[in-house]
Design a protein around this ligand. Structure first.
Ligand SMILES: NC(=O)c1ccc[n+]([C@@H]2O[C@H](COP(=O)([O-])OP(=O)(O)OC[C@H]3O[C@@H](n4cnc5c(N)ncnc54)[C@H](OP(=O)(O)O)[C@@H]3O)[C@@H](O)[C@H]2O)c1
Length: 264
């Protein structure tokens, strides 16, 4: 753990830390001795988490109230933390809207595009230079992109979301190779179904799904695999399921998935 903190610490920045996967990353990093910059809109949740982490681990936490559906938010966030010794950035904030593509609210579609794609694109561009500077002075750094298993294939009833997560996956892969030898680990994490508020919000009945992962398990596994990029699939059962689909003719795979979505 000391080695991990020395390489990627002392501070980690996490977007979408007010619930689910981002909150689990925050809790796990606090146990590993990191100080934290936590980013989200629900600052009451971030405040609660801050008090808990300070009490339990003595973590120093900075809260950033940022709405990543605003195109200027990544730049403002970067300016706000200028000069802080951040060695690990987790671009996790995101959400999905499910249903027939033509039924998706246009405003929500643009918001999803901005949070899920614009934010990681710009956060990477803004934070990578300082991470690489740490690599050059003999320490390390890491940038984690939270994509989704849905990035592996266009998904019916989730067409826009799966396309957006494919952008994140490709971004992370490209950056992984660009950062080779720089001392910066780039990892794109592709979760399967994970037990967070996101499912309820998207109208998915998680109790109908098999192999749902707990966010804490995802966070621990992902952090343990930071240096094993370019991609990481924390939910082995979901990865196996998608491997099967990808081995099928694409038309059959898409029809099988459309059929499965009817039961969710
Ligand atoms: N749960 C799954 O099954 C699953 C599977 C694959 C991938 N993922 C991905 O995992 C990531 C985390 O999702 P989760 O499951 O943990 O969902 P969650 O519990 O709903 O958390 C989403 C986080 O993103 C933040 N966020 C959303 N919109 C934002 C905005 N406009 N500005 C700033 N922050 C915003 C939320 O904070 P505020 O609302 O407080 O702003 C919240 O902290 C997402 O990228 C999601 O696509 C999830």
């Amino acid at each position: 753990m000391t080695e991990f903190r020395e390489r990627y610490g002392p501070i980690a920045l996490i977007t979408g830390a007010s619930s689910g996967i981002g909150l689990a990353f925050a809790e796990e990093l606090a146990t590993r001795g990191f100080d934290l910059v936590l980013v989200a809109r629900r600052v009451d949740r971030l405040q609660e988490l801050t008090e808990k982490l300070e009490r339990q681990h003595g973590t120093k936490v900075s809260i950033c109230d940022a709405d990543l559906s605003q195109p200027t938010a990544p730049g403002e966030l970067h300016r706000l933390v200028a000069g802080r010794d951040i060695g690990l950035v987790i671009s996790n904030a995101g959400f999905s809207v499910r249903g027939l593509h033509e039924s998706v609210d246009p405003g929500e579609l643009t918001e999803m595009l901005t949070v899920n794609c614009h934010a990681p694109l710009h956060l990477a561009r803004l934070f990578l230079p300082a991470l690489k500077a740490r690599g050059a002075d003999g320490r390390g750094g890491a940038f984690v992109m939270v994509s989704s298993i849905e990035a592996l294939m266009g998904c019916p009833m989730s067409a826009a979301y799966s396309a957006m997560k494919a952008l994140v996956l490709h971004l992370g892969e490209g950056l992984y190779a660009e950062a080779a030898g720089s001392g910066v680990d780039i990892l794109t994490c592709c979760p399967g179904a994970t037990n967070t508020e996101a499912g309820q919000r998207a109208g998915v009945d998680m109790s109908q799904l098999a192999n749902v992962q707990q966010p804490r398990d995802l966070a621990v596994l992902t952090l343990d695999n930071l240096a094993n990029g370019p991609t990481y699939f924390p939910n082995a059962a979901y990865k196996a399921q998608f491997d099967q689909l990808l081995a099928m003719p694409k038309r059959d795979a898409l029809m099988a998935m459309a059929q499965a979505m009817k039961g969710v």
